[in-house]
Design a protein around this ligand. Structure first.
Ligand SMILES: Nc1ncnc2c1ncn2[C@@H]1O[C@H](COP(=O)(O)OP(=O)(O)OP(=O)(O)O)[C@@H](O)[C@H]1O
Length: 508
């Protein structure tokens, strides 16, 4: 029996100014889940797009079940049994769930699309995958996480032999992630093979059998999951020893006073009775599961969701924030979860994106933009955050997903806010750059900035916050000292006592 289902040998891909892949190898066995790791811009997505037929390689060979193939395009890849779940959602918002899943492969009757059959097929597929979404719902009406589940179901609907998952869980809650892992296990048992890309180390250890690492477009090596450690993987990824994942913050706050305070904030269905404050130099963590109301609270502070009642104070004085413009006037900045749509001008260059939120800072005495200063500041961020780009002028739509996120963060670090709200700032970001982001947060705090950080990464929030607020069912349910508490205690607050099984499930 052939064990080796896929072999990619010496794959090369060159984009203008960037060698994205310089001779990369990858091997996949039948029934195996292979993790693909590497820093932002290492070449992971490019390699997978070549396998899925979106890009033609500039060199190298691909073998499927030991037969050499030349993958012509996306349809050819599908015919060969290769299916990909992209980082970005690729569904049509104005079609139904069933239409999206069976687009271009609709069942027909007398030459017409057989809607009833399509709906029944979707129902069967969802039953098999234990997905509870209506096949006739419009995709645009679904939550992002349900859209991601539809995307996953769509990729599986063709019964592929090789399934590529490029950061599939970034929009999923912990329950849905659990569901996805069950689905992966099921397909694996049936003999399908998977390539799984993630920046979340715990997922790598939970789901993969072995791991291949890329760095700067080069193949570094492959290790068996049970024989490796996260330290070894980090070293392979970043090319150096990283003794610490979280830098030390050697102070709790710079002044024991309230910088921003909200009292009794309420908006029906979004949040109830929310009161808390942040001191200058303090990092306050908001932790809650997806749907708990954590993002809505941040949006309430920033004026995107309008509160019905409650008060806001800046340094003891009541202020009114009815919309984001007023928030910005009061020096409050908010880096949203949805960075792609809300944070970047994709057709503009790297340096324009970094400097656009605070152009005033770059004006010289003749009120002209000081290009040199723009370049100097941008190069510092490129260096600090290890942004991988061929030039300052590269349009950001050509950068890898993680590098785009780093640029949004650089832009907000540039505007010098007094209060900075960060919603999932390190999602999709590699481990080396995460460290640099935490360091930048500490530097801002040292200057007296009050920081509110939302994260669904429990180890992260426990390590970077000075104070932790736990959110559940649209309310703050506990305030904890991150140095004293544990992941178990936090989940007990959220899920309630006596349900140990539920707790470990959510923690996975
Ligand atoms: N269409 C393109 N045009 C020009 N350069 C590109 C294009 N697509 C990718 N690149 C470049 O190729 C390199 C590899 O990008 P790729 O998206 O494969 O990285 P990645 O490992 O998937 O990163 P991430 O973890 O951030 O998703 C990057 O330097 C990126 O800027």
């Amino acid at each position: 029996m052939i064990k080796k289902i896929l072999s990619m040998k010496g794959i090369k891909k060159i984009f203008p100014g960037v060698v994205a892949l310089s001779g990369v190898n990858l091997e996949l066995e039948k029934g195996q889940v292979l993790g693909l790791l590497g820093e932002n811009g290492a070449g992971k997505s490019t390699l997978m797009k070549i396998l899925a037929g979106s890009y033609k390689p500039d060199g190298g060979e691909i073998y499927l079940a030991e037969q050499k193939v030349e993958i012509q395009d996306v349809n050819h890849a599908k015919e060969l049994g290769i299916s990909i779940i992209y980082q970005e959602l690729s569904l049509c918002p104005n079609l139904t769930v069933a239409e999206n899943i069976y687009a271009f492969q609709e069942p027909t009757r007398f030459g017409l699309i057989d809607d009833q059959k399509m709906i029944a097929m979707t129902q069967n597929l969802f039953k098999e995958l234990d997905i509870d979404i209506s096949p006739t719902a419009m995709v645009k009406d679904l939550s992002i996480s349900n859209q991601q589940m539809v995307e996953i179901a769509k990729a599986l609907s063709t019964n592929p032999k090789i399934i590529i998952m490029d950061e599939p869980t970034s929009a999923l809650s912990s329950k849905e992630t659990e569901k996805l892992f069950t689905i992966i296990q099921k397909y694996k048992n049936e003999g399908a093979s998977m390539i799984y890309i993630t920046h979340r180390m715990e997922e790598i250890f939970a789901i993969t059998d072995s791991i291949s690492v890329l760095r700067d477009g080069q193949y570094i090596g492959t290790v068996a999951t049970e024989k490796t450690t996260s330290e070894e993987l980090i070293k392979m990824m970043v090319g150096r020893e990283m003794n610490q994942v979280y830098p030390n913050k050697d102070f709790h706050y710079v002044k024991d006073e309230k910088l921003l305070e909200i009292k009794n904030y309420r908006k029906e269905k979004y949040f109830y009775d929310v009161s808390f404050f942040v001191r200058p130099g303090e990092i306050v963590g908001l932790y809650g599961l997806m749907g708990s109301g954590r993002t809505e609270i941040a949006k309430g502070i920033f004026g995107i969701i309008k509160k019905e009642s409650g008060h806001m104070y800046m340094k003891g004085k009541e202020i009114k924030v009815k919309d984001p413009f007023q928030a910005i006037e009061h020096n409050i900045a908010f880096v949203t979860e949805d960075r792609k749509n809300e944070g970047l001008v994709l057709s503009a260059g790297v340096y324009e994106n970094v400097t656009m939120a605070n152009l005033g800072r770059f004006l010289n005495k003749f009120r002209m933009i000081d290009k040199e200063k723009e370049v100097e500041v941008t190069s510092q961020h490129i260096k600090d955050l290890r942004i991988k780009t061929p030039t300052f002028y590269q349009t950001v739509n050509k950068l890898s997903g993680g590098n785009q996120q780093k640029i949004v963060l650089a832009k907000w670090f540039e505007i010098d806010p007094e209060v900075l709200i960060l919603d999932e700032p390190t999602r999709g970001i590699d481990v080396g750059a995460k460290y640099e982001i935490y360091k930048l947060m500490i530097e801002l705090a040292r200057k007296g900035v009050g920081i509110i950080i939302i994260s669904s990464d429990l180890p992260e929030i426990l390590n970077v916050s000075d104070r932790l607020l736990v959110i559940n069912e649209k309310r703050i349910i506990a305030e904890l000292d991150p140095k004293q508490t544990t992941q178990e205690e936090i989940m007990t607050h959220i899920i309630g006592r006596g349900d140990r099984h539920g707790q470990t499930k959510e923690l996975a």
